[in-house]
Design a protein around this ligand. Sequence first.
Ligand code: GLY
Ligand code: MN
Ligand code: MN
Length: 462
Amino acid sequence: MFSPETYAKRRNKLQSDIGSGIILLPGNDDSGMNYQDNVYPFRQDSSFLYFAGIDRQGLTFVIDVDNNREILFGDELTIEEIMWTGPVDSLAAQAARAGITEIQPLSRLSDFLTGCISSKQTVHFLLPYRADNTIKLSAWLGIPASMIPQRVSQKLIHAIIRQRAIKTAEEVEQIEIAVNTTIDMQLKAMELAAEGVTETEIAGRLQAVAIAAGGNISFPVILTANGQFLHNHPHRTLLQNGQLVLCDCGAENEMRYAGDLTRTHPVNKKFTTAQREIYDIVYHAYKAAADAVKPGIRYKDVHLLACEQLAEGLIALGLMKGNAKEAVAAGAHTLFFPCGLGHMLGLDIHDMENLGEEYVGYTNTLQKSTAFGLKSLRLGRELEEGFVLTIEPGIYFNPLLTESWQAVGKCASFINYEKLAPYATFGGVRLEDNFLITADGSRLLGRPFARTATEIENLIAL
Ligand code: GLY
Ligand code: MN
Ligand code: MN
């Protein structure tokens, strides 16, 4: 945990931003996988963690802004509970470490909130993403579950995004720990990838690296010879020489901050000419974006810059044709790069996505596009010092998409469809790193790690 002062400072800022009423932050509970006592790994809610700091089940945190009062609702574990687990820190001790002094039994929460509502206090809450918290909010506040989304507090959403978007030095330190463990995961993937090994065998070993470092994975590992399918999950099929392995993985450290890196490398340790050509185009797009990010620039413009770099490279290679800027304006590049350039990173791998991408990544003056490609760009807004984000361009030869575009001649003036046949089994290349936006540019997070094709070949040849 950070110091009690850190959490108190965050809460004071939140109180003054909200101004009046009650701030209600339910923590998460355990969730049964196949019966109640056999549970998924516990993950605390990130906003709860940010303001109340306690990584434990069964808690709800309330800030009564009108009366300048903070109350943690939760119960100490009973002897009948700790006889199974062994001793755990008392709730009072954990709360003290977050600078919280008032604890009340969970059973009092419902009456407390009923009292707030009858004295006409506004209760500010976020949109729940777990069914059990929706049911709880519905019961506590007397709102039908179906109406909860309409009653969330826009004021609370915006106040939390304002704070969490700007990472402090101590948060960046935690993210960097997670990034360095993620590099260890990537190194393990490079070490294990070989003909005859399955994707699942490697993916499982990557998860072990994250767990051994004291945390867990920040999202399910993507380790695939079919990188053209962006959400392809590891399979039990055997890797073959000549294939590319796309590994997109992240560790979450002990404090629950996330890393998120992608590397693409050849199974037989040497890129073919065609693989290297595509890799180099992706690298140049990555480099252009990495050089461009700084406070004041819109991330949507960085995304478009990277798209133009990808289009230019594909035109030079003969897979696209015409003018790169015009091709990007027409959306032709989305055949090869149908997704966004990156997203915020922090306590969540897609930071604060539960608060609404339209608020986290966009503003009143810049709204998310509905166009294919841009609709998957999670971050579009002007960058600010203290943002932590990913840059992750790629080129994907998705035969399903190519077939459907070619059938209707989509963007045919920019795409040399007849030249794509040899790429039908190519797969995909992605390169992803994590950056802190600084006063005059950016800082790449994590220790030095291979990213060009030559650096990757040299590393895996060892
Ligand atoms: N795999 C999640 C991401 O890179 O955004
Ligand atoms: Mn990723
Ligand atoms: Mn990412």
